[in-house]
Design a protein. Structure first.
Length: 175
């Protein structure tokens, strides 16, 4: 205990700088809510599927639910069943064991359905694409609306990808 106190006394108190915040996306919150209402008429419901990832992308997705990003306040929520979902948010490379489950989840999702590939593994197969247990990227099985590259992508990029998928679907619906 005394050694720890001596160490604290020797090093002193750190003076870290607070990183600069990029809160420009917060000003768009009214527009985000309006985009969701224009397309769906209610909250956007997302079913997240881990198709074989390392859980790095899941940690970043879970960060979207914290008070800083306040996903629920934007009118976006996660659901447990693809039958209640508007969007499938898939992470990880498409493994052989998850291929059928992902396909069934896609078929169970009502139209107009959106598919977002999150992370480098879901977009390209990542470092696992040559593995015997991996079928490849998600696009080999499902029509992907938006890809969000990164290993793992930061929460803000995931949020932008979700909103990008909404805007893509809105423009295709208008045609």
């Amino acid at each position: 205990m005394w050694q720890l106190l001596k160490q604290i006394a020797r090093t002193g108190t750190p003076d870290p700088r607070v990183p600069e915040s990029d809160d420009a996306w917060r000003t768009e919150s009214q527009q985000i809510q309006q985009d969701i209402l224009d397309l769906l008429g209610r909250a956007l419901c997302i079913r997240e599927i881990d198709a074989g990832s390392c859980n790095g992308c899941e940690l970043e997705i879970h960060a979207l639910n914290n008070p800083y990003y306040n996903l629920e306040g934007l009118g976006i929520r996660f659901v447990a069943s693809p039958r209640h979902a508007d969007m499938l948010l898939v992470t990880g490379p498409l493994t052989v064991n998850m291929t059928e489950a992902v396909r069934l989840a896609y078929e169970a999702t009502p139209d107009p359905k959106l598919v977002v590939a999150t992370g480098e593994c879901a977009c390209t197969g990542g470092m696992f694409k040559e593995s015997y247990a991996v079928c490849g990227p998600l696009a080999k099985l499902l029509p992907v609306d938006v890809t969000i590259p990164g290993c793992p992508p930061p929460p803000l990029d995931i949020l932008r990808g979700i909103l990008g998928a909404l805007r893509v679907k809105r423009t295709t619906r208008a045609r």
